[in-house]
Ligand binder design. Structure first.
Ligand code: F6R
Length: 609
């Protein structure tokens, strides 16, 4: 949410900033702006809309080696040039990712110093505060500001009298840093660092990075020098590019077989039996054996992965498992103790509500385990244990490969837990693991059938409303199918537990209403087909998803379109169904002519609450 970048070095800084902003644009695309040191002082250029618009506004003759850039997802104040970052007050020019919660009270206080904002943003108030505290000593001003600011922030700050220096500090929101021969770079996400270096560090909270072209020094707020721990990026630039695909989303859908293999392979211990093993992740079996209840907290798609995980856990472990929307969990005064295991699921590892849920769980003495994609992210660092999904960078706002990799990681956790708790035998686990090992191939087979989904999507293109229905694992999938479709096609859709539809919502199903019915699980298959008939009787246009083995026994006329999951064990069918749902959303959005990768009002990595 909001992308920020700072560059100080031996290249044309304005060019580097714009390239970086284009890479960070998935974090927000309401407006963009840069501020650079030039011979004339600090020059600021802003524009409403995407980074491309900003590029066209930057004077070619601007000479600069140091500056900061921002791409905005609006929180405080509408989408306008005046609200676009960077914001300036006196000697301070800065960019911000996060939310200053007490900005209103601070603005009132600062009035007395004669400073009045011109924008409606919380960031401008932070700039005013810093300007009021700055008397040539950046650390002193930052110390004063940190004491007063409430909320979350990653700041990159230019002080007018300190040419070619960027100061950075953060609380809550992410900021990663690297140095290379070309110069020093800071950014919200390492995708913007890749062109410079594979070695980077996460700026620790409340420490200050002083960025110059010769390097980055980090100190505590009192000036004590610190050396942050270095991390390495495992992938290269091509992983963060479209590589011939029209959209990142389509590329990421196709990357799923490989992403899942990367999640599974390091944890598959081959011996007499194929068992999941977390020795290299440093997750001891005691984590599972001591837990008498599990809570999964996450947001959006990650939460839908958790819903599926929950069903499997309860089925195989027979202990209570709940799934919590992280933003609700943190205010619900949850009942947790040292025997509770809280699993946080997050692609970015920076989602503010999931991070807050983690902190609350720790406060209450629960053990915490994170299933995270982004290495070194806040949730990964703060959890007791972390299981990385290794799905690689996910750039499209709509999550695809991160979701199926989360599912794979949750399956591994369930199997290991059930095995060490003696709930299933080594032989049974091994059987499940072999199925899981074949998921990459299963998805490849579904991808071979994408032309059918593409064709079918034409029928959804003009639609206003539709429904997804399913039971059990399929209900969790229905929720995921629905959010995917909504977010990128702007079609109103609802996910319903199939048996619940007739308790009110069925009144919305009329002639031609599309209903996407998932019937992949044998124990509820008969009941699902009854629910399909109920909507069919009201004239619904049914798109049915079943497994191959059910294909022949289906009554004619109960569906208009049929998507078939290739032969596989029931437990892994959700992976295949998920890919069908992703393709359906993707092609429908494409046919509607929408911005698939950057849907309106949304942004990836939701670092505000
Ligand atoms: C939807 C989507 C979001 C995220 C949610 C949590 O396609 O991507 O619903 O799943 O914002 O994000 P992470 O996983 O980064 O915590």
């Amino acid at each position: 949410m909001c992308g920020i970048i700072g560059f100080c070095g031996y290249l044309d800084a304005k060019e580097e900033l714009v390239k970086g902003l284009a890479e960070l644009e998935y974090r927000g695309y309401d407006s963009a702006g840069i501020a650079c040191f030039t011979e004339q002082g600090i020059e600021v250029v802003k524009s409403v809309g995407k980074v491309e618009g900003l590029r066209n506004r930057i004077p070619a003759k601007m000479e600069t080696g140091c500056g900061i850039g921002h791409t905005r997802w609006a929180t405080h104040g509408g989408v306008s040039e005046i609200n676009a970052h960077p914001h300036t007050c006196g000697s301070v020019t800065m960019i911000h990712n996060g939310i200053i919660e007490n900005y209103h009270a601070l603005a009132e206080e600062l009035k007395e110093t004669g400073r009045t904002p011109v924008s409606q943003t919380d960031t401008e108030i932070a700039a005013m505060l810093l300007d009021s505290l700055y008397q040539g000593d950046a650390l002193a001003a930052l110390r004063g500001a940190v004491e007063k600011l409430e909320g979350a922030y990653a700041f990159c700050i230019l002080f007018a009298d300190q040419k070619d220096v960027i100061y950075c500090i953060r609380k809550g929101s992410p900021l990663v840093c690297c140095s290379s021969e070309e110069g020093s770079v800071v950014a919200s996400d390492m995708v913007a660092l890749l062109r410079y270096s594979k070695e980077y560090f996460v700026l620790p909270e409340f420490q200050v990075a002083k960025v110059t072209k010769s390097g980055i020094s980090v100190t505590e707020l009192d000036g004590t020098e610190v050396s942050p721990s270095m991390l390495s990026i495992q992938w290269d630039m091509s992983a963060a590019q479209k590589n011939g695909f029209k959209h990142y989303m389509l590329k990421e859908i196709h990357e799923q077989p490989e992403a899942i293999r990367r999640t599974l392979t390091p944890r598959m211990k081959k011996g007499r039996y194929l068992l999941p093993d977390f020795a290299e992740d440093g997750i001891p079996d005691t984590v599972f054996l001591q837990a008498d209840r599990i809570v999964i907290a996450a947001c959006g798609t990650a939460m839908h992965a958790g819903m599926l995980g929950r069903i499997l856990m309860e089925r195989l472990l027979r202990i209570p498992v709940s799934v919590e929307v992280a933003s609700e969990f943190r205010y619900a005064d949850p009942i947790l103790d040292e025997k509770s295991l809280v699993i946080l699921v997050s692609q970015s590892g920076e989602t503010a509500d999931t991070l807050a849920a983690l902190r609350l769980a720790k406060e209450k003495g629960a053990k915490t385990l994170a299933v995270v994609n982004v290495k070194g992210s806040s949730i990964a660092r703060e959890s007791d244990y972390v299981l990385y999904t290794h799905a690689g960078p996910e750039i499209a706002v709509a999550s695809t490969k991160a979701y199926t990799a989360q599912l794979a990681a949750l399956y591994l956790l369930v199997f290991r837990f059930a095995y060490v708790a003696g709930k299933i035998s080594a032989e049974e686990v091994s059987g499940y693991m072999k199925e899981l090992d074949g998921v990459g191939e299963l998805i490849e087979k579904v991808l071979e059938r994408k032309e059918q989904v593409k064709e079918l999507s034409k029928r959804l293109t003009p639609v206003q409303d539709l429904f997804f229905i399913g039971r059990g694992l399929d209900y969790a999938l229905a929720c995921e199918g629905s959010i995917k479709l909504k977010e990128i096609t702007y079609i109103h859709s609802e996910a319903y537990a199939a048996g619940e539809l007739k308790h009110g919502t069925l009144s919305l199903v009329t002639g031609g209403t599309p209903v996407i019915a998932l019937a992949t699980q044998p124990e509820v298959f008969g009941k699902m087909i009854s629910n399909v008939k109920e909507v069919r009787a009201r004239g619904a246009m049914v798109i049915l998803i079943t497994k191959e083995e059910k294909k022949d026994g289906l009554e004619s006329g109960i569906f208009e379109e049929h998507l078939v999951i290739p032969f596989c064990r029931d437990i892994v069918a959700p992976f295949a169904a998920a890919v069908y749902l992703q393709l359906l959303a993707y092609y429908t959005s494409s046919y509607r002519g929408l911005d698939v990768d950057q849907p309106r009002n949304l942004a990836k990595s939701v670092t505000v609450e």
